[in-house]
Design a protein around this ligand. Structure first.
Ligand code: NAD
Ligand code: GLY
Length: 353
């Protein structure tokens, strides 16, 4: 068992992250007395419920199940959940338990932030991606008007329980998605980069379970310094401007896969505009290609670039803002004119495919 605390400025909010096995049977069961006292609702998705309903039912808490998938990260699901929270009688002292991947965590966290102007949320991330990234740090959101995460709030979970036993039921593709965010962290942290580079089988479950806490530590350190993304936290968006734009144009690719593609494109963009370490960027690309199985040939570059222009991270109208890797453990913020960005993406696609 390993425990982290994220203390935010002002000391008002604190998030405790516990890495341990058998969270449903042990941790949440142990929490039941205080959960029942304040009232609680479990929010999960159809896949997770189908796999874990026996353990979930043993908790004897009300459950709300959304249809699984990013396409349901919508206002309809958010409001259906809020309605359920009202109907089961959650109060200010109640807790919403978001049990699932990043989609459940993002919608659940947003609902918890809105309900009665904010109630407690416990994140129980069940995908690799959610354990190493989305459950930590308090970003919550839904997609809206064709833009990823357009409506959201910062709402720190009171607890995050990260349990590697959930990985046993994860399809290989979901491990690949989690590795997308792990490689993003490795691009910010030389030690993690070396660990990944030295590992023969990046999909080995024991290895992944071991590096979950490393990833949480990397993210927690950034969030503690900049909880609401005024500056430093933008480094966690590495590969994400292009990645999110690709994600919106490609229904067949998941978030993690698009992050990997975004990292691949943005490391080459970095080499074109900034002082970078060529050998390191080549090693980073090689690491990405060990995980990514699609080549991105079918990406609609014009559409993706247009969507990148609408990204909420941009600060000016005709520029695209990127966080890009430069040297081992180093990154830079890069603001590109839209025309240059489109040209770069097109040329890089030719190089890659
Ligand atoms: P997801 O929640 O859609 O989960 C992926 C799939 O795995 C789903 O089909 C889900 O039902 C299934 N699943 C979940 N747990 C399982 C388990 N233990 N066994 C078998 N199947 C399981 O997607 P994700 O990759 O977890 O998260 C992606 C989302 O996270 C995106 O919406 C992205 O925007 C968001 N995200 C948010 C942050 C943040 O800081 N808030 C960071 C990164 C990503
Ligand atoms: N996933 C980026 C962040 O949490 O800031």
């Amino acid at each position: 068992m390993r425990t982290f605390h994220i203390k935010l400025k002002g000391g008002a909010q604190k998030s405790t992250i516990v890495c341990r096995k058998d969270v449903l049977a042990k941790q949440l069961k142990g929490d039941l007395s205080w959960l029942n006292a304040g009232g609680a609702l479990i929010f999960t998705d159809s896949n997770v419920y189908a796999l874990y309903q026996r353990q979930i039912k043993k908790l004897s808490l009300p459950v709300f199940v959304m249809a699984a998938g990013e396409e349901h990260k919508t206002e309809e699901t958010l409001f259906a959940l809020l309605k359920e929270m009202a109907e089961v009688g959650l109060r200010r002292t109640s807790t919403l338990i978001a049990l699932g991947g990043g989609v459940v965590g993002d919608i659940g966290g947003l609902a918890a932030s809105l309900y009665m102007r904010g109630i407690a949320c416990i994140q129980v991330p069940t995908t690799l991606l959610a354990q190493v990234d989305s459950s930590v740090g308090g970003k919550t959101a839904i997609d809206f008007c064709g833009v990823k995460n357009l409506i959201g709030a910062f709402h720190q979970p009171v607890y995050v329980y990260a349990d590697p036993t959930f990985f046993k039921t994860l399809p290989a593709r979901e491990l690949r998605c989690g590795l997308g965010e792990i490689i993003k962290h490795a691009a910010l942290n030389a030690e993690l980069f070396d660990k990944l580079s030295a590992q023969d089988d990046l999909f080995d479950m024991d290895f992944l379970a071991r590096i979950v806490p490393d990833n949480i530590q990397i993210k927690a350190d950034v969030v503690e310094k900049d909880p609401t993304e005024r500056g430093l936290r933008r480094c966690l968006n590495l590969g994400h401007t292009t990645g999110h734009a690709i994600e919106l144009t490609q229904n067949d690719l998941s978030h993690g896969e698009c992050v990997l593609l975004g990292l691949l494109y943005e490391s080459r963009i970095a080499a074109r505009h900034l002082q970078t370490d060529g050998a390191y960027l080549a090693a980073l690309s090689a690491l990405i290609k060990r995980v990514l199985i699609c080549d991105g040939k079918s990406i609609d570059i014009e559409r993706a670039a247009h969507l990148a222009l609408l990204d909420k991270k941009n600060t000016k109208q005709d520029t695209v803002t990127l966080s890009v890797p430069t040297k081992k453990g180093e990154f830079a913020f890069l603001e590109l004119d839209y025309a240059d960005y489109v040209r770069d993406l097109k040329e890089i696609r030719e190089e890659l495919c």
